[in-house]
Design a protein around this ligand. Structure first.
Ligand SMILES: [Zn+2]
Ligand SMILES: [Zn+2]
Length: 156
C-alpha cells in the first residue's frame, strides 16, 4: 500500500479498525479497507492525529476540537495523495462529536451549555447545577446531578 510507505516515521500495525495509539506511537489499520478510497481516507485521518501529536485531551471540548483539526489535516493529506474526500462523511463524524458534547455539556436544569470543571464533572454557570457524566451497562450516557451541600449558617 503506497500510503504506508510514505510515512516511514510511523509504525503501522494491521488490525480490524483504524486507530492511532499515541502512547505507543502506532497506527493501526485495516488492510482490506485500504482497497477503498474511504479506507485510505481513514488511514490518513489516523496519520493526521499522529502528525498533530494528539496524545491526550483534558476536556471533552478539546477532544472535539482535536477531531476537527485532524479532519482539516486529513483534507490536506487527501490532496497530496490525490484522493477525493467525502465531506458528508466528515460532517457526519463531526456532527456525531458535537451531539456527544451537547449531551454531556447541556445543563439538565436550565439547558444552558456549560463548562467542564474536571474529567467528568460539569458546572452550569447560570443556575449553578453540577453534574457528573456516567454511563450505564448499555453505554448510555447519564447526567448524574451532584447535590450541593447546604452552606452552614455563618458563625458570626
Ligand atoms: Zn479522529
Ligand atoms: Zn443550569
Amino acid at each position: 500500500m503506497e500510503i504506508l510507505t510514505q510515512y516511514p516515521q510511523y509504525e503501522f500495525v494491521q488490525s480490524d479498525e483504524f486507530l492511532f495509539d499515541a502512547a505507543d506511537d502506532i497506527i493501526y489499520y485495516s488492510e482490506p479497507d485500504l482497497d477503498h478510497e474511504q479506507g485510505q481516507i481513514a488511514l490518513l485521518h489516523e496519520v493526521s492525529h499522529a502528525e498533530l501529536n494528539h496524545f491526550d485531551y483534558s476536556s471533552d471540548l478539546e477532544l472535539v476540537v482535536m477531531e476537527c483539526r485532524a479532519w482539516q489535516r486529513t483534507r490536506e493529506l487527501a490532496k497530496v495523495h490525490e484522493l477525493s474526500i467525502d465531506e458528508v462523511y466528515i460532517s457526519d463524524c463531526l456532527a456525531g462529536y458535537s451531539t456527544w458534547l451537547e449531551d454531556r455539556a447541556t445543563c439538565p436544569d436550565c439547558q444552558n451549555f456549560s463548562l467542564q470543571t474536571s474529567d467528568d464533572t460539569y458546572h452550569c454557570f447560570r443556575c449553578c447545577t453540577r453534574w457528573r457524566i456516567t454511563t450505564d451497562a448499555l453505554d448510555r450516557l447519564h447526567q448524574e446531578k451532584i447535590t450541593t451541600q447546604k452552606h452552614s449558617p455563618s458563625r458570626g
